[in-house]
Design a protein around this ligand. Sequence first.
Ligand SMILES: [Fe+2]
Ligand SMILES: [Fe+2]
Length: 408
Amino acid sequence: MGKKRILFVDDEAGILDGLKRMLRKFHNAWEMEFALSGKEALKRFEEAPFDVIVTDMRMPGMDGAELLKEVAERYPETIRIVLSGYSDLDTVMRVVTTAHRYLPKPCDAETLKNLIEQAGVLRRTIHDERVRRIVSRLESIPSVPSVYARVVEVLQKSQVSLQEIGKVISEDIGMTAKILQLVNSAFFGLRREVTSVSQAVSLLGLETIRALVLMVGIFKTFNPKRIPGFDMEGLRAHMLRVAKYAADFAVFSGASKMEGDASYLSGLLHDVGKLVLATAMPGELSEIMRRFQGESRPLFEIEREILGTTHAEIGAYLMGAWGLPDGVVSAIAFHHCPSQGGETRPGPLLFTHVANALAHARIEGERVEINAMDMDQSYIEALGMKERFTTWKEERGIFLVKGDQGEA
Ligand SMILES: [Fe+2]
Ligand SMILES: [Fe+2]
């Protein structure tokens, strides 16, 4: 792989010079170009596209939001970052669907480097260019209509607590992902990661959430073509169940509140790649489901044959591009094969992996039968979690509902 190509856009030459000096030390890894306007930026793209664009917001002529809209349409696989001195809500709202990340100015070299490198790592997880394009173009993950309607209903109540809003939103995959994207986009200048929906909701505040849902319309509802063998409601229920199990097991294992929240989030989003497939690639998903029903092989194996990638990688790629915390992204990426995640202590990845296996288990009376294919026993042993898992399963077993059989 050659050097990563990065384009910086700002109407102030002084700022570009500053960036140039600050980032000079990365010249071995990056090929950097600098443009003074949106128009010039697009011209550079025509010569050769970039892997990453970092743009200012307020510029005469074409501003950052317009530029990113163009780039998103013409070069969807480019990672789009806003670097702006203005972090008022109106500004952010304008790029909420087109920018992957939002950074406040001034920004130090390390922060910028980490962000760009992180985007680079994720880019490598989807090799097929066509799939990468389709996934990068996605602005939101649609909600199930009934859930969407409930959120709208709650938001329209005159008396509503943030807690109540947090609760309905945390049961919706698309809204949770989008709201966490927003709060992790650093437009609040937050230096810490947010993994809890209720925290995200209180940071954004009631009015912002109302505006996002009711006015900006960044949340869309899912209008599925019927795909035989694929059950959207069932999938949502599965993801919600995995979220609850993962958080419960984390707490049971003595994890911190933050780890518990991250585990909930990882569980809720672990199969988000399937929603992406259903939304953006229904034809391929039909073919995958058709083969899955005829063969007794893991779904991700069939996905790899047909798409060159899996729902786990697709989900991780998109959530990574949206700036969700690393621990969550890697839990999504490796939820079927945790030993490849390089994680050596119990965390969101382990809890999500186990929760997923359990959610797919066959339950008969008080017997819980986990499919060997769903659970990596040696990984759980290596992390010293075997005993704890057994205890947890026995203690909580009676609360388990009948699992989601079939696809993992
Ligand atoms: Fe999965
Ligand atoms: Fe799953």
